[in-house]
Design a protein around this ligand. Structure first.
Ligand code: NAI
Ligand code: 15L
Length: 267
């Protein structure tokens, strides 16, 4: 197996449950962690239930780990205070611990909501300025900047995966473009973990969908080639002929419904 010890945070979550099964093939010991109940440790696992905001607990959990897949945290828009604890303090604790324990690489579950305020008519590369669409997106931009800083300062490598929509199937028309199948997600994580040198890389995570907003040329060294596509689901969401629709702001911006979470909609 390529690794002795891998840490997966967010292991009780939607993606965490999938990765918990698949990552065992890579490592002798998989440390699975979450704030929520994780059930008993299975063969080849250690279970650590803790809050990412608990600095001492995170420091202890990261000891002897070679690779971290950081998927824990709040995964939707929420209050700034909650996001600050889980995603900002939590991600900082992960990087401090990673640095102190000499972890070689982190794979950070970033999000398309770092760029959600670009229009659905825009084509993006990874080096274009972030345009987050809420506090959740801002917290993912923090993780991307923090990891850039740790790489420049200490050489700790990170691949930030700006995941599109990783679910069993697209749930709306927007997700025909943002859909990332579980198999393609896992292949992208394999590329992020196994490529010999990644430095600090930002990569978009979408399957080989008919419509593409994101150009991964700046992450070409990862060699990621998605195999799946949202095509089998296209018939579920018929094209009205007006996309983006003038009367629906959620089709104007890449962030979709997250655009409606801003303060101007709460007042
Ligand atoms: P999820 O919400 O199902 O899982 C997140 C997990 O993090 C949960 O099990 C939760 O208990 C845990 N968590 C939250 N706060 C915590 C804290 N303070 N300490 C420890 N654990 C905490 O989300 P999902 O869909 O599995 O996403 C996983 C990661 O991927 C998240 O970081 C999310 O932002 C990111 N992502 C997911 C996308 C998707 O399409 N599923 C798209 C873009 C990003
Ligand atoms: C995300 O960042 C969320 O974690 C996920 O729940 C989805 O909303 C996804 O983006 C999306 O944009 O579809």
């Amino acid at each position: 197996k390529p690794f002795r010890r891998i840490l997966l945070t967010g292991a009780a979550g939607g993606l965490g449950k999938i990765l918990r099964e698949r990552l065992k093939a890579w490592t002798d010991t998989l440390v699975v962690s979450d704030l929520s109940e994780l059930g008993p440790a299975q063969a080849g696992e250690e279970v650590v239930q803790c809050d990412l905001a608990d600095k001492a607990a995170v420091l202890a959990m990261v000891k002897d780990v070679e690779l971290i897949l950081h998927f824990g945290g709040i995964s939707v828009e929420a209050s700034f205070e909650d996001i600050m604890r889980a995603n900002i303090q939590g991600t900082y604790n992960i990087y401090e611990a990673a640095h102190k324990h000499g972890v070689k690489r982190v794979i950070f579950a970033s999000s398309n909501h770092t760029i959600g305020f670009y229009k659905t008519t825009d084509q993006l590369t990874a080096s274009m300025p972030p345009r987050p669409d809420g506090m959740y997106g801002v917290s993912k931009c923090f993780g991307e900047s923090l990891s850039r800083y740790y790489y420049d300062r200490t050489g700790l490598e990170t691949v930030c995966v700006r995941i599109g929509s990783a679910f069993p199937a697209p749930a709306n028309r927007r997700m025909l473009t943002t859909y990332l199948s579980y198999d393609d997600l896992f292949e992208l994580l394999r590329c992020a973990a196994m490529t010999p040198r990644v430095g600090h890389t930002i990569v978009f995570g979408a399957s080989n969908n008919r419509e593409q907003w994101w150009d991964n040329r700046e992450a070409a060294h990862l060699g990621f080639r998605p195999k799946d596509s949202s095509d089998p689901f296209v018939h579920l969401f018929p094209d009205s002929g007006h996309y983006p629709a003038a009367d629906d702001v959620t089709t104007t911006y890449q962030g979709g419904g997250f655009i409606l979470t801003g303060p101007q909609y709460k007042d």
